[in-house]
Design a protein around this ligand. Structure first.
Ligand code: SF4
Length: 350
């Protein structure tokens, strides 16, 4: 076991040293078959958690048997990654930007993860797989942005990140980089400072965090963020709206205020995707829309994230703050995506 692994908990026996598991949590470990999203949580996160099954940090990190309940609308690939993947590790869904899934590892496996068909295995892209992605980018002049995610981009080996950046910087047009990570809140002291250096050397790079609750921001996180900001790396946050975690005005306001105080722009708030076994963490869309409406009337535009959802089956992103839906009936909301195609999202009940 390496130094890094000692900072993480991956089995229920270790969990019990920190918290008393409740029936729903114990039942997950009894039922599990090995095909589920694994347990992985940092000791740092455990220290931020309260010994309460309803604690917002615990709900994001500790699995419950509810993950075995699959609703009719859920899928293992809710936003249609597979149908938009021309090359291994690359998703090309929108004309001018692509997503690179550089690794399938994460610092913590979030129980709401929508990319659970990909995350939690244990590999990163090889140099030859990165070469195939770079060839694709070189042949598609319309691509201007790459979003490097996973998994968690900061879990990729330093040399893999460096190899990717060298290749991207050789392309003879600007290639804006967006890096998606949760590592800084999950294990701030575990972030490799050489990776921060590498990121700071890149032109046009944005670091996009996922922070869902104000209590995720610890003094250790603040020190890391001070370093990242001192290196001139711009910071944004993409949160996920989660039942029992941040589905109240107070929780959203305190999150947004704490982010802008730290120089992190709240960028997006996402409605939960229809990922298998995540219904207990989704907020019904009727309530989500009214919550966001109230939030937008309450806080400044600097503090207000955009609110969006991804239509199932690769239907694309729709911004919910504009014309939220074209119609709704008892079962579904109907939306038009950016290409004018109608998609639907279920009208789940409380
Ligand atoms: S960090 Fe992102 S990809 Fe990893 S488990 Fe959490 S939500 Fe999924």
């Amino acid at each position: 076991m390496g130094i890094m692994d000692r900072a993480y908990i991956t089995n229920p026996e270790d969990l019990k040293k920190y918290i008393e598991l409740v029936e729903e949590e114990k039942a997950f470990f009894k039922k599990k078959t090995g095909n589920e999203l694994p347990l992985r949580v940092s000791r740092h996160w455990m220290k931020l958690m309260e010994n309460d099954p309803d604690d917002p940090l615990r709900r994001q990190a500790i699995p419950r048997a509810e993950e075995f309940s699959l609703s009719r609308e859920e899928s293992d690939d809710p936003i249609g990654d597979r149908i938009h993947s021309p090359v291994k590790g690359l998703i090309h869904h929108y004309r001018d930007r692509v997503l690179i899934l550089i690794t399938d590892k994460c610092a913590m496996y979030c129980r709401h993860c929508f990319r659970r068909h990909h995350t939690g295995k244990s590999s990163s892209l090889s140099f030859s797989e990165i070469d195939a992605i770079l060839d694709y980018l070189a042949g598609h002049d319309e691509i201007h942005e790459v979003i490097v995610s996973g998994g968690d981009c900061l879990m990729a080996p330093l040399e893999t990140l460096r190899y990717l950046f060298i290749g991207l910087n050789r392309i003879d047009r600007p290639m804006v980089k967006r890096m998606g990570t949760r590592f800084p809140v999950v294990d701030p002291q575990g972030v490799d400072p050489r990776k921060v250096d590498l990121l700071s050397e890149q032109k046009s790079l944005w670091l996009i965090l996922q922070i869902n609750h104000v209590r995720e921001m610890s003094p250790e996180f603040d020190s890391l963020i001070a370093l990242i900001r001192a290196r001139g790396i711009p910071l944004l946050n993409q949160a996920v709206l989660l039942r029992g975690v941040n589905d109240s005005i107070e929780s959203q306001k305190s999150l947004s205020y704490a982010l802008i105080e730290r120089g992190i722009k709240p960028y997006y708030l996402f409605q939960g995707d229809l990922a298998e076994g995540t219904a207990h963490l989704r907020v019904p869309l009727d309530r989500a829309l009214s919550l966001y409406g109230e939030l937008s009337r309450t806080i400044s535009h600097l503090a207000l994230p955009r609110f969006a959802l991804d239509l199932p089956d690769g239907g694309g992103k729709v911004n919910l703050e504009e014309s939220p839906f074209v119609k709704r009936d008892d079962e579904y909301f109907y939306f038009k995506n950016g290409k004018g195609v109608t998609g639907r999202y279920p009208r789940e009940k409380e």
